[in-house]
Ligand binder design. Structure first.
Ligand code: TYM
Length: 334
């Protein structure tokens, strides 16, 4: 059976980008077509300046939202990264496999480190080594597939390289995984800045749709989206990034075989496109918000899902990580 692993980082409230780029696939297909594990990767949230109480709150919120979006604990395993020690155990072995040059080439590191430095902040060492922890997340579970948005593809490539290098040096220990990207909306852009990714930890929030935004807030954000200087509705990411982003969001929300370029033909004004996109987003998010409110009233249920999830995850990861400890030359405990 195909083993599937993916994760989400509790550094901010979940966005429409997270949903269309990743979570929707987890819910609709991944949890039904393989042995799927989904993880709230809280350790990754410590790689940047953080507030402990906020990370705790956002971790619980992320788990609750994943359930609200439709992850079904009878079909998949949902857990919190820090509840399973195998992630950090394995990360160290992979730090001994990766090189510092590889780490410094990671685009997300370069961007985030530059942003930290520009605001006078210091860069945590863990921000540099973060992709190694991500590789450990994936390799500990022997994942075949990693469903992610486009921004994580480079990290999955690194994971593949580390798995192959480790296997070559020390004997087969890891499955070499591959990234699986959605057909549309693999990179949802900020509505106010369609050249930047819609990111949950950005300071300026008017171009970001959060899963828990009220319907009126969603409508306002979409109706105020920056469009391009022309007036023709065409799907062209290069020359019309704002319009292309709306068309992708609309296609992804409609689902089925909707294609952004075909949808473009049905519009002769930006206003009509924005209106339909806003309503499509509102309809996609409505059941998620409603279920989230119900689940917030049942914290015991969420706790139990996470407890059982961590127990199962430990059972899956431990033999693989123990095997890697032996392979790399560490004396087994007596
Ligand atoms: P994170 O928390 O930033 O995002 C979670 C998932 O959402 C996708 N995503 C997007 N997709 C399309 N458009 C966007 N604007 C957008 N923003 C986010 C991401 O690609 C991701 O799939 N490093 C990871 C978390 C992680 C992980 C892992 C993922 C840690 N360990 C192991 C997979 C496997 C991250 O920061 O994702």
């Amino acid at each position: 059976m195909t083993r599937i692993f993916s994760g989400i980082k509790p550094t901010g409230h979940l966005t429409l980008g997270n949903y269309l780029g990743a979570v929707r696939q987890w819910v609709k297909t991944d949890q039904h077509r393989g042995d799927a594990l989904f993880c709230v990767v809280d350790l990754h949230a410590l790689t940047v300046d953080h507030d402990p109480a906020r990370v705790r709150r956002l971790s619980r919120q992320a788990a609750t939202l994943l359930l609200a979006a439709g992850l079904d604990p009878t079909c998949c395993t949902l857990f919190v990264q820090s509840h399973v020690a195998e992630h950090t155990r394995l990360a160290y072995l992979l730090e001994c496999t990766a090189t510092d040059g590889e780490m410094r080439r990671m685009i997300q590191y370069k961007e985030k480190a530059a942003r930290e430095r520009a605001t006078g902040g210091s860069v945590r060492l863990s921000l540099l080594t973060y992709p190694v922890l991500m590789a450990a997340d994936i390799l500990a579970y022997g994942a075949d597939e990693v469903p992610v948005g486009d921004d994580q593809a480079q990290h999955v490539e690194l994971t593949r390289d580390l798995a192959m290098r480790f296997n070559q040096r020390y004997g087969h220990a890891f499955t070499v995984p591959r990234a699986v990207l959605p057909d549309v909306a693999a990179r949802v852009m900020d509505l106010q800045d369609p050249l930047s990714k819609m990111g949950k930890s950005h300071a300026e929030t008017s171009g970001i749709v959060y899963l828990l935004d009220d319907a009126d807030v969603v409508r306002r954000k979409v109706m105020r989206a920056v469009t391009d200087s022309g007036s023709e509705v065409a799907y062209d990411r290069e020359t019309q990034p704002g319009v292309a982003n709306l068309l992708e969001i609309l296609a992804a929300c409609k689902g089925g075989d909707s294609k952004p370029d075909e949808l473009a033909a049905g519009y002769d004004s930006y206003g009509a496109l924005k209106k339909d996109t806003a309503e499509a987003v509102v309809e996609v998010l409505r059941p998620v918000r409603e279920r989230h409110a119900e689940l917030c009233a049942e914290p015991g249920y969420v706790d139990e899902v996470l407890r059982a999830g961590a127990e199962r995850a430990r059972g899956v990861a431990r033999p693989t990580v123990d095997g890697a400890y032996r392979a790399i030359g560490l004396l087994p405990p007596v």
